[in-house]
Each structure stands twice: as C-alpha cells, then as structure tokens.
Design a binder for this molecule. Structure first.
Ligand SMILES: C[S@@+](CC[C@H](N)C(=O)[O-])C[C@H]1O[C@@H](n2cnc3c(N)ncnc32)[C@H](O)[C@@H]1O
Length: 389
C-alpha cells in the first residue's frame, strides 16, 4: 500500500535521524478553510524529539509539536483526504506520495537532491531560512499575494535573509534556552522582528519576543499583524527603550535604532545579562558632535565625509570595547553590502560567564586612549553603564 510505505519511511527516517522535512501540498476541498500547506520537520524539545507541524493558512501559521506515533496517525488521516501530495526529504533519498483525482496513490523515490544541496549550496541554505510564502511577509508588504518578493522590496528581503543567516550561526554556536525571551529595541515596522520569530519557531524554539518602539501607530500595526499571523509569543510595546525593564532577557536585538538609542539598547542588554547581543548601529551623531581629534588624523578630518566615517568607527569601536569590558566576546563586520544600504555595520556580542578583571581593565584603558586621542569627553554607552541601576 503506497500510504503505508510512505508512513513507514517517514517513521524510520525520523527515528534514525535521517528526516530533513516533509511538505504536504495540493489541498482538497475537505481540508480546513484556508489551509494551504503543512510543513513537517523534526524538532528537539526538552521532552525529547518531536515532529513539528507548521500549518500554513492563507494569513497565519499555526505550529503543533507531536510525538512520532501521533504524527504518523495524523499523516495517515490527512493524506488523500486533505492533501494529495507529500514530499518527504531524507538525507539519502527523496520520497513522493501522490494521489490522482480518482483516489489512486503512487509512491516513488529518487536519490536525495535536496540533502546535498542543503549542505553544499549557500543559496539553498539562504532560502531555507525564510519561506517567501509566509503570510506575514505579505501583511508587511514585502511579498505579493502569491508569495513573490515585490520589485521594490528586494533590498529588505536580502537584509532579512542575511540577518537570519547571522542569527542562525550565532545560535548554532551559542544555543539559547528553548523558550528564549528576546527584545528587539527600535523595532520599527517589525520586518526583522517577525522574521526572527518565524525563524525561531521553525527551529523548534518557543520564543517570547517583545518589539520596543516609540511610534504607537507602528506598534498597533505590528500587534495586529502578529495576531493575524498567529504569532502568539510576539508582541510590541509603545515605550522608550530607556523605560523598558524586562523580567528576563536572553537576547537583545537593536537594528538601526537611531543614534544613542543603540547605546540605550546595549546598556539594557548588558544590565539584564543578555547572552547574545546583536546591534546594527545607525546615525552616529553623539560622537560626531563631541569629537575634536588631537592626533595624526586631525588634518584629514577637516573633510566632512572622512570625519563622519571616523566618528562611526570610533563610536562603534568603543561600543565593542565596552562590551568586551563587560565580559562579552564581540565581532564587528559588514551586515549587508553597502550597495543595498549605508547602515551596514553589525556588532554581535556573546556573554561569557567567566569574570576577567584583567580583560576588563585592558578594554577600558583602550577606551580611555581613544577618547583622549579623539578629544571625546564622554561616550553615551559608557555614561549609561556608569549610572547606578
Ligand atoms: C530606522 S528604524 C529601524 C527599524 C527596524 N529595527 C529595522 O531595522 O528595520 C529605528 C526605529 O527605532 C525607533 N526608536 C528610536 N529611538 C527609540 C527609543 N528611544 N525607544 C524606542 N524606539 C526608538 C524609531 O521610532 C524607529 O522606528
């Protein structure tokens, strides 16, 4: 029986750790209204290994994690009833179960094209991180009704994908608790906040993400979009970053938060001992105003553009050093190519539990030397960290 063959391959691939993913498509009129697809994949939870079912409706997603026995039972009920096609990808072979309109089932397989591609192709990996047909992308205006990336949102799409690649590699090296609490400070219209939530759920996390944003209209738009998408752990608050006091913070995100809003966010991340901090600073006005270089660069900094770039380097360089003084391991690198946006530097920081007094002293000495050389009285982040809690 083709269905029995399919179920048995699914179960053994799952139990032997060979299951990559399975997609149910070609819905019938018997499927629940608006249910377009179901995506299945293995997910490791505290209670063990489960099968995550991502139910993709026209405007929202719903995720259910089931033990393998219940997952196989569900599949047996759905195939041929709700869906006519199932594509099952394993590390060695790809399997297909297809029902004709007359109800006849065919089961076939071939060598695993996808498995090789996942491991070797950068592009394939990129696409795996964000599914363009996710309904929230349409609500936020990045894709059209058919899940196509719109002509004028290509840069945003690339940025979101690059962001998820960075998050993915950070989390592989520094896993968070399965129920991480995350704040995205200066979340704006929420593209990157929604992307992070969707990605974490696909990875088997049960995240609680709070977007912090000054502008109430954006907050109300994002809360409505999160509800519509079925993202129950995602909420937005209309408040100043300076006033937000989380009860727990595992990861702090601050992407393009204006000028010293980045410092407010970094200080909140440090104070709340966030394990991972990801910041893409923007408009470095504070240091630019305060900078009166008294070093060999003075003659070249009379050119406005060079002074502006130098101010950015000094601002972000000192931010990285202050994070190091607080025990974080930092990296500063190009986020997306300057071809797509001028705001393209990213700082990532991963906290370490080990206290390192010598490292702290060295980092702070470097901050002092930089301040002296560039005639800076204070760096806003340093001032925030000096304030009593
Ligand atoms: C340039 S947008 C970036 C949005 C989003 N993070 C992104 O990268 O697409 C910066 C957002 O930060 C918000 N913002 C600036 N200062 C803030 C503060 N002190 N508290 C909360 N939100 C702030 C602004 O209203 C704006 O929507």
């Amino acid at each position: 029986m083709p269905l029995q063959q399919f179920l048995s391959v699914f179960q053994s691939a799952f139990l032997e750790g060979r299951l990559l993913k399975c997609t149910l498509s070609k819905n019938t009129s018997a499927a629940p209204a608006d249910l377009k697809n179901i995506y299945l994949r293995p997910v490791s939870l505290k209670k063990g290994l489960f099968v995550a079912f991502n139910f993709r409706y026209a405007t929202r997603d719903e995720v259910k994690n089931l033990p393998i026995e219940a997952a196989v039972e569900q599949l047996a009920q759905m195939m041929g009833q709700w869906f006519l096609h199932a594509d099952l990808l394993t590390t060695e072979r790809d399997y297909h179960l297809k029902y004709t309109k007359s109800g006849e089932a065919v089961f076939s397989s071939q060598k695993a094209a996808h498995a090789a591609a996942v491991e070797t192709s950068h592009d394939r990996e990129k696409h795996r991180l964000l599914d363009p047909s996710a309904p929230w992308l349409h609500t936020l205006g990045i894709t059209g009704a058919k899940g196509e990336v719109l002509a004028n949102t290509g840069d945003k799409w690339r940025q979101v994908n690059k962001y998820l690649e960075i998050i993915d590699s950070l989390l592989r090296a520094n896993p968070l608790p399965r129920d991480p609490h995350i704040a995205d400070m200066g979340s704006g219209k929420g593209y990157l906040t929604f992307a992070l939530y969707d990605f974490l759920v696909q990875q088997g996390y049960t995240p609680r993400i709070t977007g912090i944003e000054l502008r109430p209209k954006l907050v109300s738009f994002c809360n409505k979009a999160a509800e519509q998408a079925g993202f129950s752990g995602l909420q937005f608050m209309s408040t100043d970053i300076a006033d937000y006091q989380p009860d727990r913070l595992d990861m702090l995100i601050a992407l393009h938060a204006c000028d010293t809003a980045t410092d407010l966010a970094l200080a909140a991340g440090i104070r709340n001992k966030a394990k991972i901090i990801v910041a893409a600073p923007c408009c470095h006005k504070q240091i630019r105003r305060d900078m009166h270089a008294q070093n060999e660069l003075t003659p070249v900094l009379r050119h406005g553009i060079l002074e502006e770039r130098q101010a950015e380097i000094v601002t972000d360089g000192i931010r990285a050093l202050l994070l190091e003084a607080e025990g974080y391991k930092t990296s500063v690198f190009e986020f997306v190519s300057t071809e797509h946006t001028a705001k393209n530097v990213m700082i990532t920081a991963v906290g370490s539990k080990r206290r390192d007094d010598r490292g702290r002293k060295t980092a702070l000495e470097k901050v002092d030397a930089l301040k002296k050389g560039f005639g800076i009285r204070e760096h806003f982040l340093e001032k925030l960290l000096e304030q009593p809690v």
